[in-house]
Design a protein around this ligand. Structure first.
Ligand code: GDP
Length: 440
């Protein structure tokens, strides 16, 4: 995410290395470099200029603290200012109501329908929410089907009236239906156009006036940079929306939209979406994003993602098996599945401080586990549960079944054994016990 911006800022700070203290003269080049980096990330000139003026004032206003180098001080101030630029504190979604109504607006292709599904999935996983999706795109029958498919995947009801060509009455009927079905959150996916269009705006505005939503979320494709910001302005002038959703942050986004939208429309970014899978939605935290941009990682999010996948019963079982040295391929596969559920692998690794920079040029695809999975899938249940039973002829069969070489299977088996003995060792150490592997 925002790799090129991260790199440019990093090299801007480097020019301060070796400087004993901050002076107006020695920060001039750094400040200029930061401004260029922002402009190249598609932040408009005015915002970039204002940003660097603030950074400069803040740096020069700092008392000289010898414990902190000028480079470190600059990094901290830029982090604070980036956080501020993106909204300061996070702003929670308001989903209180009976039902709470969340209206989704944006251009066609921005990711509205996908986001609607993700939001329903997110709310469904939170205590007390029972969402229903509403297909109010009256122009594209495919949009209704798309929402139905997503609803089916996540187990959420989808309300639609394929024959009705009036988005307002669909929305009104959906509100009544939500009450009958005891649904307390309604997510209304509206029609979009390829560009800002009067008819589309009027229609969404009419739905808004008819159902009085708690939230109007404007969805925008972050890959579109400055255009995203301009579109946001047009929608906000008309709808006075309550929050922004940035989509496609898994793509090659430069960062301009994330950095300038709050400034331009003065509405908070509430969610960021980074993939086509239903669980790739995150609440937007300005400070965490600033940290990620500056290569400081984002351990908080990483831990939260791990916690979300943590299954206490399963963890206890696993702990017991490790203690008895019975960890097998089936357990291994389950662990892989859990990691995969946490999200995009490269993104996850980038949340570890310092790692993002180190792996930026390395191709890490989510298929990284595919070979291993293929090998495990080619084992019989008996083999998975009894790794010791896998002799040469079985290995040869597994290699064939998974499209791998015998050497690959051998290497994997060896790694697995090494991992197992390491687990056993950790289990005996007091630290291991603290880490949750040991006896209680
Ligand atoms: P809508 O026209 O606004 O409803 O947009 P859709 O939800 O149909 O999304 C348009 C396309 O973008 C689809 O192919 C989606 O799968 C894809 N898409 C949506 N959100 C994301 C995202 O966060 N990341 C990626 N990579 N693709 C996305």
């Amino acid at each position: 995410m925002f790799e090129s911006l991260s790199e440019r800022l990093d090299s801007a700070f480097k020019s301060l290395k070796g400087e004993g203290r901050i002076t107006e003269l020695n920060i001039a080049a750094t400040v200029k470099e930061i401004r260029r980096a922002l402009i190249d990330a598609d932040v408009n000139y005015k915002i970039a200029k204002e940003f660097t003026d603030k950074v400069k004032d803040a740096v020069l206003g700092e008392k000289v603290i010898t414990a902190i180098s000028p480079g470190q001080l600059m990094t901290k101030i830029v982090k604070d200012e980036l956080t501020e630029l993106m909204g300061g504190n996070e702003v929670e979604l308001n989903a209180k109501g009976n039902p709470a109504i969340i209206l989704i607006a944006g251009l066609q292709g921005s990711g509205k329908t996908t986001f609607s599904g993700k939001l329903a999935n997110y709310l469904k996983g939170k205590k007390g929410f029972s969402p229903m999706l509403v297909a109010a795109d009256i122009y594209r029958p495919a949009a209704i089907d798309q929402l139905k498919v997503l609803g089916g995947q996540i187990g959420v009801d989808v309300y639609s009236e394929p024959e009705n060509k009036d988005a307002v009455s669909i929305a009104q009927n959906a509100v009544k239906e939500a009450k009958t079905r005891n649904k307390n959150v309604l997510i209304i996916d509206t029609a979009g156009r390829l560009a800002v269009d009067e008819v589309m705006m009027t229609e969404v505005a009419n739905v808004k006036n008819a159902v009085n939503p708690q939230e109007i979320l404007f969805v925008v494709d972050s890959m579109t940079g400055q255009d995203a910001v301009n579109t946001a302005k047009a929608f906000n002038d008309r709808l006075n929306f309550s929050g922004v959703v940035l989509t496609k942050l898994d793509g090659d986004t430069r960062g301009g939209a994330a950095l300038s939208i709050k400034y331009t429309v003065d509405k908070p970014i509430k969610f960021i979406s980074s993939g086509e899978k239903m669980d790739t939605l995150d609440v937007f935290y300005p400070e965490r994003m600033a940290q990620r941009i500056l290569g400081m990682g984002d351990i908080t999010t990483l831990v939260e993602k791990a916690q979300a996948q943590y299954d206490e019963v399963q963890a206890k079982k696993l702990e017991k098996k490790i203690r008895k040295n019975q960890f097998d391929f089936e357990d291994f596969k389950q662990q892989l599945d859990q990691i995969k559920k946490m999200g995009n692998l490269k993104d996850l690794m980038g949340m570890i401080p310092g790692v993002g920079k180190a792996i930026k040029d390395i191709e890490i695809s989510d298929d990284a586990f595919k070979g291993i999975e293929a090998m495990i899938n080619s084992m019989t249940p008996h083999e998975r549960a009894n790794p010791d039973s896998i002799n040469l002829s079985r290995r040869t069969r597994i290699a064939k079944g998974s499209g791998k070489e015998l050497a690959d299977v051998n290497a994997f088996m060896k790694q697995f054994e090494q991992m197992k003995s390491m687990m056993k060792m950790m289990n005996k150490m007091p630290m291991g016990r603290m880490g949750g592997f040991g006896k209680k």
